[in-house]
Design a protein around this ligand. Structure first.
Ligand SMILES: [Zn+2]
Length: 120
């Protein structure tokens, strides 16, 4: 758990990071949050966080992978259901060195060590 209160994010706000009804902003890795904020700036369009930090129990409940990066505080799923925005997010996330998972209505981004691009 970090104290992200002093983190200087340009776009994302604390209330956007929830696990069910629990706010998990302080569970997010601050380095990842800064990278995510940078991604938001490059995409230059509003991005909606659908999922962020998950504990093991919650991850199981929502059908997450047993090795999900959401449990390591370095992943989010961003709502996306159109091709133009999808292209922009994937392009900029990969350029930033993030790993990307593409689904029909969301894009997963994380900051694991070895970069990958995957589908669901
Ligand atoms: Zn995800």
């Amino acid at each position: 758990m970090w104290n992200n209160k002093s983190l200087n994010l340009q776009y994302f706000t604390k209330k956007e990071f929830v696990m069910g009804k629990i706010n998990v902003f302080n569970k997010m890795n601050p380095t990842f949050l800064l990278q995510l904020d940078e991604l938001r700036g490059l995409v230059d369009e509003p991005l909606t966080v659908k999922s962020s930090y998950r504990d093991k129990k919650y991850n199981k409940k929502v059908g997450g992978s047993v090795e999900s990066k959401h449990m390591e505080s370095i992943a989010v799923d961003l709502h996306c259901d159109n091709g133009t925005l999808r292209g922009k997010i994937v392009h900029h996330a990969l350029n930033l060195g993030m790993s990307v998972g593409v689904s029909g209505n969301f894009i997963h981004v994380d900051s694991r060590d070895k970069q990958i691009l995957f589908t669901y």
